[in-house]
Write a protein that binds this ligand. Sequence first.
Ligand SMILES: Cc1ncc(COP(=O)(O)O)c(C=O)c1O
Length: 572
Amino acid sequence: MTAWWELWLGAALAMAWLVPRARARLLLSRAKHASIQGHARWSKRLARLLPFYEYDEGRFFACDDPPPDVAAQRRAAFEALGSRLRDRSPRTRAATEAAMPMISDLQFVSRYRVPFQFSRLVRQRLGAGVFLERADGVTVTDLDGNVSYDLAGSYGVNVFGYDFYRSCIDAAVDRARALGPVLGSYHALVADNARRLCAISGLDEVSFHMSGTEAVMQAVRLARYHTRRTHVVQFCGAYHGWWDGVQPGIGNPRDVPDTYTLKDMDETTLQVLETRRDIACVLVNPLQALHPNSAAPGDGTLVASDRHAAFDKAGYTAWLRRLRAVCTARGIALIFDEVFLGFRLARGGAQEYFGVRADMVTYGKTLGGGLPVGVVCGRRDLMRRFREDRPSDICFARGTFNAHPYVMAAMHEFLRRMDEPGPDGTPPLRDSYAGLEDTWRRRFAALNERLSAEGLPVRVAHLMSIATVLYTTPSRYNWLFQFYLRAHGISLSWVGTGRLIFSHAYSDDDYAEVASRFVDAARQMREGGWWWCAPATTNRALTRQVARELLRARLTGTDPGPHAVGSTAAGS
Ligand SMILES: Cc1ncc(COP(=O)(O)O)c(C=O)c1O
């Protein structure tokens, strides 16, 4: 028979095993952001349940139940905007429509420019053209000869102005021509690039890749290899490329069991890092400082006016310092993913701007001098891909086009111009950072003052030259503002007003012109009745209204149900 003390001992041992695990699990749950984005698996389950429904023409203009005259005003404004956009660029639109059925990416972005309830009518009547013929200075020109100010910014690549990248590519073609497209062996410039990158990043070694996504993959793989730990920590809302391992939520059909998505700028996250033993690395995308814990703010998800953004440099710097200290104490690799923001903030990127050193840094986009690239810089002990004492225990990474001669030559031009004068005597780019922060602060403050003085319900928040538009009156129609901006000759990416990317080639005059167009566009949107708002309306009420519509669509079967493979989901 089992003695009582044996039972007690068994129970005590079980508790000793269970309690710390339960505590760690609880802490992990507390470190997840309360939003759906903080819960990757739940967000995917919910996404599968959300039904499709759309507004008919009547509801399209009156989904917030305005008086009939406001709905009529909106309808007339919509027609006028549609014909203005159509008349403006018939060739560009025709080319886009003809290409649409063949290009899946185009179908995707055209569908998700605006909330899905409005999408069909917007595609039919407002549809945005995607083809461009040329870029000059800070403008781009479409197939119809329309010149627009470029705020799409080539996904962040365009920091120094298109003419600069054009000159990098031209120089690269000349420099690389003799070797041409030979891969595997290196062009002599590769060594100089590595030397310059080590100096800029303050790190020991470099590896070259073909995209930012690949650079992040490699940094994470190396962190796992050297720490012999399994998990990656990334922060809620942060984008690190489209690789499975850093996209645990919506958008990735695979479950990702070894990534923790935790709260940014939060004490409990530090406690998790202090206590868990399975964390190999922490990924930081410094762009999140503009909107911690929120994803890149696209207009496709703009249901109300509750988009938040505000950059608190001191607060974010303090957070990075604490993160640095915990990672050092726990042997966790701190990786700054500077693919997007890198050279936009300072010559030494976010490390220099925030005054915090990382163990590894990923770069991409602009560093390629206009050509595709990804780079990892890291501490020597983290970058090594083999072990002296275990010959078969390696960390593999290759890539056919890594260190392509033309890309390396364009990157060389970029890095050289960072520290040396340009061919026409232009000063080194490093000089352009002096006073940059004040310039952009002044410019955005002036724009906000104008918007406020005119009583327009629009503001702009920014981190250096990256901005996002905020809306101050509850409205279901803010997503339409992107089309008013386009009609006023401002070119935006498919996320619309969520991301305005200015290049540093914008002069004060260029900026003033964009600001005037911005204010005019907002004025016209207001005149269209889109910002009419019933006195008691709140953002919460609008969000609840959409939740009720979704529920009704689900319960009443308006939802056509999941699409079978082979059905035509695009229908753009
Ligand atoms: C922070 C960050 N990391 C990684 C990536 C992925 O880079 P790429 O699109 O070159 O694969 C991006 C792209 O936007 C990014 O912003």
